[in-house]
Design a protein. Structure first.
Length: 166
């Protein structure tokens, strides 16, 4: 089975859990997901440019600066510059989540393959994951075969195996 490496960048735990769950569900039965999480913008750039990831999911408005900085949050412009720098050095697709409507175009122009809104849906994210990973369609579930209860099964087996008398 194929292994998919995901780099997930956001300090919002709920967003991270939702994204990871959707990615694992989208890949279920077709790929094993290895997920690396970070909340810091410097680590996002470092991991994205040092290791090979199949794709990157980033929440541009939910990144923390490196520890040496005095600010608590990174600006959207800085996040978009980082996405652009990452795209110059790697072919890994980037999906941006929790992006304000007025910032979607700028996010795409920075190099993201998709920009999902602040209240993105599970279905929209799953569609984008399957699209960027080019996953084969999931196999249709096989119909369940009903097995008779053990007593009736044994009686039926006994009738089949016992010699017939004319």
């Amino acid at each position: 089975m194929k292994t998919v490496k995901l780099l997930l960048a956001s300090f919002d735990r709920r967003t991270n859990n939702l994204v990871e769950m959707v990615v694992r569900d989208a890949c279920f039965g077709r790929a094993i997901v290895e997920c690396v999480r970070t909340a810091r913008i410097d680590e996002l750039y470092f991991f994205a440019t040092r290791d090979e990831y199949d794709f990157i999911v980033v929440a541009p408005n939910h990144l923390m600066p490196e520890p040496s900085r005095k600010t608590e949050q990174v600006t959207l412009e800085e996040s978009l510059r980082t996405i652009h720098r990452i795209k110059l050095q790697t072919a890994a697709p980037v999906i941006a989540v929790s992006v304000a409507r007025e910032s979607e175009l700028a996010t795409i122009q920075a190099g993201a393959e998709a920009a999902l809104g602040l209240c993105f849906t599970r279905e929209a994210l799953e569609f984008e994951v399957q699209r960027v990973l080019n996953l084969p369609p999931q196999a249709e579930p096989q119909p369940e075969v009903s097995v008779p209860a053990s007593g009736s099964f044994l009686r039926a087996l006994h009738r089949l195996l016992s010699p017939r008398t004319p």
